[in-house]
Design a protein around this ligand. Structure first.
Ligand SMILES: Cc1cc2nc3c(=O)[nH]c(=O)nc-3n(C[C@H](O)[C@H](O)[C@H](O)COP(=O)(O)OP(=O)(O)OC[C@H]3O[C@@H](n4cnc5c(N)ncnc54)[C@H](O)[C@@H]3O)c2cc1C
Length: 476
């Protein structure tokens, strides 16, 4: 059984070199027309990829390097999907992330791709301050109790010896329950809820204990909050798109129907555009998958799995200030009130000005997203008072994005609830006729850009594997 991190060794980058295709081109698996060819044809296969997020772009880049003809269909007017870099200040060239923020030190494929494209990774680690019950604590002045710190260390260590059966059992419980059963209480529990819910985007009562423990036990010291790509994380999307060929990526092409008949898949977009393919890689979030007309219909268990998976409600509210009054480039702060968590979003970007992002999750995000900018800036001013006093006179502008209302994902990333990791994930990732599935929700590095890349590459690799085994068509 594949567990969260085993994916890294089993699939994707590690075995790329194993796929050997004749003359670098896949051999056509389509039926030859009758009495046409004397010799084997080596027409390149057509692969259509749904979605130009990191998963679709990684799949497209992988396949096009092997000479496969790819077309990527993207509903939005931009590439990158849930990687959404935004220039908030043109004068000083300040770029923030409204989607994915951190590149983890363990995210090997992403880091390798940055290297391949000459993209620089900047340190993006923070030292967390705290506002708790209206009192401000600098990073050195707060911690969990000593007893809980050592208990948690024990929990992390014990995970290394978990059997597969233990992991399946753990998945049946939520993270809050597991922590409580391990003796956490009071302030320690409140802090864990506040901190861990920023990772999962919903309360820890809604997260599988297996998904949570696997993430904490197998992550880097700063829990994969290590780097950011210079100039914005979408630089990697741009680099992959350029390498694939921008003409191969069709923006404003929302897929509405996927019809499979024999060895041909016909994909239709909202505007009537049609394209045929031998294979399709679908990298869409489950909400978007459910809105497509599938013919034949997706199997019942896949439909049920699609309907069962929830996505995190995250709202990012970015505030551009005329000065960095927090006076620490590596500043972030956890609060126990509505704005939840703030971090310095312009670290390593030289300017007098600076951006703090208020990162809210779950019900808090839902509430905050529905208010006006004036309301939000007032709330944030009040929240920061114990640390910095009045800050509203420094505010130049703000922008906000609520992923809970995103038309295509309905949330920031998947949240596997109790009992879901070992049950619905395998169903979601299962191939359906000539359609392969990829995307962060299927990854061992689930919820990360790395996971999106891993699954995109794995789907591409599977298609190439099938092609290399396909019979060479001969004259009928
Ligand atoms: C607020 C937030 C914070 C995050 N923080 C981090 C972080 O710190 N570190 C990290 O590594 N990751 C983070 N992530 C997660 C990361 O962004 C995702 O894991 C990753 O970008 C998902 O990539 P994907 O290709 O699987 O999906 P997507 O990026 O969603 O790509 C799917 C694409 O399909 C398109 N699409 C949808 N429907 C259709 C259709 N019908 N037809 C055609 N196209 C369609 C969408 O527009 C989208 O472009 C964060 C995400 C969010 C939103």
């Amino acid at each position: 059984m594949t567990t969260r991190r085993e994916f890294l060794t089993q699939g994707s980058a590690g075995s790329l070199g194993l796929i050997a295709l004749a003359n670098g081109f896949p051999i056509s698996a389509t039926k030859p027309a009758k009495n046409t060819f004397q010799v084997a044809i080596t027409t390149p296969q057509k692969v259509v990829i749904l979605g130009a997020g990191f998963s679709g772009l990684a799949a497209g880049y992988f396949l096009s390097k092997q000479g496969v003809d790819v077309t990527i269909l993207e509903a939005r007017s931009r590439i990158g999907g849930r990687v959404f870099s935004h220039k908030i200040d043109d004068t000083d060239n300040l770029t923030i992330e409204l989607g994915a923020e951190w590149v983890g030190a363990s995210h090997k494929r992403l880091i390798a791709l940055c290297k391949e494209f000459g993209l620089e990774l900047k340190n993006n680690q923070f030292n967390t301050h705290l506002i708790y019950q209206d009192e401000y604590f600098t990073e050195a002045k707060w911690d969990y109790s000593t007893a809980w710190n050592s208990k948690f260390e024990e929990i992390l260590q014990a995970y290394a010896n978990f059997s597969e059966a233990d992991k399946v059992e753990l998945d049946k419980m939520d993270w809050w329950r597991y922590l409580v059963n391990n003796g956490i209480s009071g302030r320690d529990l409140e802090l864990r809820e506040l901190l861990d819910s920023t990772d999962f985007g919903e309360s820890i009562r809604q997260v599988s204990a297996f998904a949570a423990l696997a993430e904490y036990a197998e992550s880097s010291e700063k829990n994969e909050m290590d780097y950011k790509i210079k100039g914005g994380n979408n630089q990697l999307a741009k680099a992959m798109a350029k390498a694939i060929g921008r003409d191969k990526i069709l923006l404003n092409h929302q897929v509405v129907s996927v019809v499979q008949s024999g060895e041909t898949v016909t994909i239709t977009c909202e505007d009537g555009f049609k394209i045929e393919a031998n294979n399709v890689i679908c990298t869409l979030p489950t909400l978007a998958i459910s809105q497509i007309h599938w013919e034949p219909m997706l199997p019942k268990d896949k439909q049920a799995a699609i309907n069962a998976l929830q996505y995190a409600r995250i709202n990012k509210n970015a505030l551009l200030y005329d000065q960095r009054f927090w006076k620490d480039e590596s500043f972030d702060i956890l609060t126990d009130i509505l704005p939840h968590y703030f971090y310095h979003a312009t670290k390593n970007q030289p300017s007098q000005k600076g951006v703090l992002i208020s990162y809210t999750i779950g019900d808090k995000a839902d509430v905050v997203s529905r208010q006006t900018d004036t309301w939000r800036s007032r709330m944030i001013n009040n929240a920061l008072k114990p640390a910095f006093g009045e800050t509203k006179s420094h505010l130049l502008k703000q922008t906000s994005y609520y992923w809970g209302n995103d038309k295509y994902s309905g949330g920031a990333y998947a949240v596997y609830g109790t009992g879901q990791w070992f049950t619905i994930r395998p169903v979601l990732e299962r191939k359906f006729e000539n359609v392969y599935f990829a995307g962060e929700h299927l990854a061992d590095w689930q919820g990360f850009m790395e996971g999106a890349i891993n699954t995109g590459e794995a789907a591409a690799e599977q298609i190439l594997g099938t092609l290399s085994k396909a019979k060479v068509p001969v004259r009928a």
